[in-house]
Design a protein around this ligand. Structure first.
Ligand code: TMP
Ligand code: ASP
Length: 235
């Protein structure tokens, strides 16, 4: 399958058309941004790690009954995926307090939450992806009730599966962000990526960050951390 014209360039990936109208090719970049593009940089090798990790995890999820956009890995940075219409919601699951949850609610980072939470942000860069509730999503026509139910069910299922896959390699899954898409027939599938860009991974023994927080917070060592996660999960 060959890359045709570029359809879209995001902060971390490019998307290309193919000769099949139902398939596109995603090309992962090393570019990293934080704080809505306020901080820009590069994490060397990130595109390769995110491509391979996301593909491996999506294939595991698919086997366990979570439909995904994944079709075929084409190269270190390129993957053939089903073309979807992205539901403009960032779906965030949290097991442990961190990041914006800590900032907004004052719950210290690292506090194990009494129950797993799910929240939605409206995917809109100009508005800085504001937190919304499910009535807002319905009122704005971002998704139907049925879609929200399906997305929520898949998100919790992904959490259970990912937590156990990661714990086997000594990684705690703190929180993560998912995006879903609609196929032409309306079927909801998991899309975008699952990677250290979109998840918080803490080393189970030391608590060390193994994710993009190293870059967001100027802690350093992000290149090694991405490689470490890939090594643990893919050998
Ligand atoms: P938050 O604590 O900053 O709201 O982030 C929650 C999770 O979502 C965390 O695992 C990082 C991920 N995330 C993204 O994937 N993209 C984003 O733009 C942001 C802000 C967070
Ligand atoms: N996606 C956010 C941005 O572009 C970065 C983040 O993951 O925090 O700034």
């Amino acid at each position: 399958m060959e890359k045709l014209q570029q359809l879209y360039e995001g902060k971390a990936k490019k998307v290309f058309a193919t000769s099949d109208p139902e398939l596109v090719i995603v090309d992962y970049k090393d570019d990293a941004t934080a704080g809505d593009g306020a901080k820009k940089g590069t994490i060397r090798g990130k595109g390769v790690v995110n491509n391979k990790l996301s593909n491996a995890l999506m294939q595991k999820l698919e086997k366990q009954g979570v439909p995904t956009h994944f079709v075929q890995e084409l190269s270190d940075r390129e993957t053939l995926v089903k073309k979807v219409e992205i539901v403009p919601l960032e779906v965030i699951i949290r097991n442990v307090a961190a990041g914006s949850f800590t900032k907004r609610l004052g719950v210290p980072e690292g506090t194990v939450l009494k129950c797993t939470t799910l929240e939605f942000s409206y995917k809109n860069d100009e508005l800085h992806d504001p937190l919304i509730n499910h009535y807002h999503a319905l009122a704005m026509g971002l998704a139907t009730q049925e879609e929200i139910d399906t997305i929520s069910r898949y998100a919790f299922q992904v959490n259970e599966l990912l937590k156990s896959i990661l714990l086997e390699v000594g990684i705690r899954l703190i929180d993560f962000k998912l995006e879903f898409g609609r196929l032409p027939d309306g079927t909801i599938v998991l899309a975008d990526e699952i990677s250290p860009d979109t998840c918080r991974f803490w080393d189970a023994k030391t608590g060390a960050h193994l994710d993009k927080d190293l870059f967001r917070r100027d802690l350093g060592g992000e290149e090694d951390a991405y490689q470490e996660v890939m090594k643990r999960l893919l050998g």
